[in-house]
Structure formats: structure tokens, C-alpha cells
Design a protein around this ligand. Structure first.
Ligand code: BDP
Length: 322
């Protein structure tokens, strides 16, 4: 074989090889620390995406909100500045009003009830809403049951009156706290511990794993177990990234997302129990809300608003009926 022809062949082979191994690094935003169910499930998703695309896409998970707080990250994902993220329905619904109802207090009975709907037709509808705003849902994660916790003892709904309560940056949460006769204080997640320590807020509200992982339980020892919101969370991919994937890659990313969601839910259930155990052992006191009806009655204006809106009425009726 002529030497220059052989050289060309080699060059062609080298180019083809480097093209097939061209790697795209993807950034995945996460607010939680190492070991948290969300973090572990996202890492498993990242690994699966790397494997199924044979290294073409390499996902790096940036935990602890290092790429920015949640409202900022929601905008970054929408604009395609980050590629993947896991968001709570609260801040996410500020960018996607079509999913606001998911934050309504006392809507879902428990996580099983929530996933019955999110894994079905209603989930597809919310996902379509999210997609049209720039967020492609690849997995519904569990945000668990959120309850109030305060520095001082709370034994009744009336004890929440007049309290300054930290909430997520989200309309429904702000309105809910106002309807309890308390003052909502919207703060980034990472600032809540300091705000509790420095008496800038009296209470906050969250699920048990976050109550434990943030150390809030060390300051706000009094948990009033209201489970007022059963909150979904979503693993989402930017529409910008989604548009670059071919059909097979889309299917593979969806499958990896669904798999990670199942893993997350399993880790979550275990973590709720271990967080209850750990925080109780370290002095947290749990008072159960015996009768939710007085609290539900106060939420009347919120329900009225979403029931009279024809866009959300049908969704609400579907959830409440089943
Ligand atoms: C946690 C959610 C996280 C929220 C946080 C909060 O997983 O996404 O940022 O609550 O209250 O439970 O800000």
C-alpha cells in the first residue's frame, strides 16, 4: 500500500475514533448533601446516562446548591445554563404556574396517593406543562410530608398565630402561612438554620430528612406534625439538552430517570424512619396534629381560588376523587 494512502487511512480512523468518543459534560444541580436520597438517586442517574451513551454524555452532580440557590437554578435550567436538576414543586411552580396545584395543603393523603397520580395520566399532564416552560421531567421524586417546627413549643394550630415562619419562595406556601395568621419569611434553604439561630424566624417547615440533614432539629426542637403538604419533586432536564438528544438517547435518559426515581423513593422511605429516630434521640419533640379540619378550614380561600379556575379545577377534582 502506498505510504501516503496508508497515512490517510490512519488519519481517517483516528478522526472516526475521536468523533465517536466526543464527550459532552453535563452539569446537574442539586441542593442536598452527600448521602441524601436525592443525591444518591441523581448519582445513579448520572452513572446510567454515562453507561447507556457509552460515555458520550458525562453527568456531574453538583450538590449542596453550589451552582446557586433553588429559585436561581430553576431559571438557569429553563435557560439551558445547567442541563439537569432536581427541584421541589414549590419553587418549580413559580416558573410553571400550571403545576401550582401540586403544592396545595392537604391535597394528597400520602406519597402513595401522590405517585398514583404522578405516575399516571395527571403526571403526564403536569409533565407537558413543565415541558412547555423548558423543563423535561425524567422522574418524579418524593418530597415527603412537610410539617412545621419551631424554637418554642407548638401544641395547637392557634400556637402558630403571629409566628414568623420560613417558607420556600413559592406563592402557595406564602399564602398558606398568611391564612394561618402567621408571617411568611421566604428564605433560601441554606439560610434557614442561621435565621432560626438568630431569631429572625420562629419556625420553619419541611420533611423529616431535611429537618435532620440541615441541623434545624438542633434549634427548632418542637415539631408539630401537620403533614400539611405532601410534596412532589422532579428530576428535570433542560429543553435545550433534550433537543440535542436523538430518539434512542431520549428513551435511554427517560429510562434512567424512571429507574432513579424508584431508587429515590425506596431510599426516601428508609431515610424518613432513620431521621425520625436520629432527631428524637437528639431531643426533638413531636406533637401530632390530631384533627386537621380547623387547619383545612383556614385554607378555604386557597382551595376556592384553584377550584374556580377552569385550568386547575379538573386536576383538583381528579385528585380529590381518587
Ligand atoms: C427540601 C426540598 C428542597 C427545598 C427545601 C426547602 O427537597 O428542594 O429547597 O426543602 O425548604 O425538602 O427549601
Amino acid at each position: 500500500m502506498h505510504a501516503s494512502f496508508k497515512g490517510l487511512l490512519c488519519l481517517g480512523f483516528a478522526l472516526a475514533t475521536s468523533a465517536s468518543f466526543a464527550q459532552t459534560k453535563l452539569r446537574a444541580w442539586n441542593i442536598h448533601p452527600e448521602g441524601y436520597p436525592v443525591t444518591e438517586a441523581m448519582k445513579s442517574f448520572a452513572e446510567d446516562v454515562g453507561n447507556v451513551t457509552k460515555g458520550k454524555y458525562q453527568v456531574e452532580v453538583f450538590s449542596n446548591g453550589t451552582l446557586g440557590d433553588q429559585p436561581k437554578a430553576v431559571q438557569m435550567l429553563k435557560n439551558g445554563e445547567i442541563d439537569i436538576a432536581e427541584f421541589s414543586s414549590g419553587p418549580l411552580s413559580d416558573a410553571v404556574p400550571g403545576i401550582k396545584v401540586l403544592n396545595l395543603p392537604f391535597l394528597f393523603k400520602d406519597s402513595a396517593h401522590m405517585f398514583k397520580h404522578l405516575d399516571g395520566k395527571l403526571g403526564e399532564r403536569f409533565a407537558a406543562n413543565l415541558k412547555s416552560s423548558g423543563f423535561v421531567v425524567v422522574g418524579w421524586y418524593d418530597g415527603g410530608a412537610r410539617s412545621f417546627y419551631c424554637v418554642k413549643p407548638i401544641n395547637s394550630v392557634a400556637d402558630l398565630t403571629g409566628k414568623k415562619i420560613r417558607v420556600q419562595q413559592s406563592d402557595i406556601y406564602i399564602e398558606m402561612v398568611k391564612l394561618l395568621g402567621a408571617t411568611p419569611v421566604a428564605l433560601p434553604f441554606k439560610d434557614v438554620l442561621g435565621a432560626l439561630q438568630q431569631d429572625q424566624v420562629d419556625c420553619a417547615e419541611n420533611n423529616l430528612p431535611s429537618y435532620e440533614s440541615t441541623g434545624h432539629f438542633k434549634v427548632a426542637k418542637n415539631v408539630y406534625v401537620t403533614s400539611h403538604v405532601i410534596s412532589p419533586e422532579a428530576l428535570v432536564v433542560s429543553v435545550k439538552l433534550w433537543g440535542k438528544l436523538d430518539k434512542d438517547e431520549k428513551a435511554a435518559v427517560m429510562a434512567a430517570g424512571a429507574k432513579s426515581a424508584l431508587l429515590m423513593r425506596d431510599l426516601w422511605n428508609k431515610r424518613v424512619l432513620s431521621s425520625l429516630d436520629a432527631t428524637t434521640k437528639q431531643g426533638a419533640i413531636f406533637v401530632k396534629l390530631r384533627d386537621a379540619s380547623p387547619m383545612v378550614r383556614r385554607m378555604g380561600p386557597l382551595y376556592g381560588k384553584y377550584m374556580t379556575d377552569p385550568k386547575t379545577r379538573e386536576e383538583l377534582l381528579t385528585i380529590v376523587a381518587d
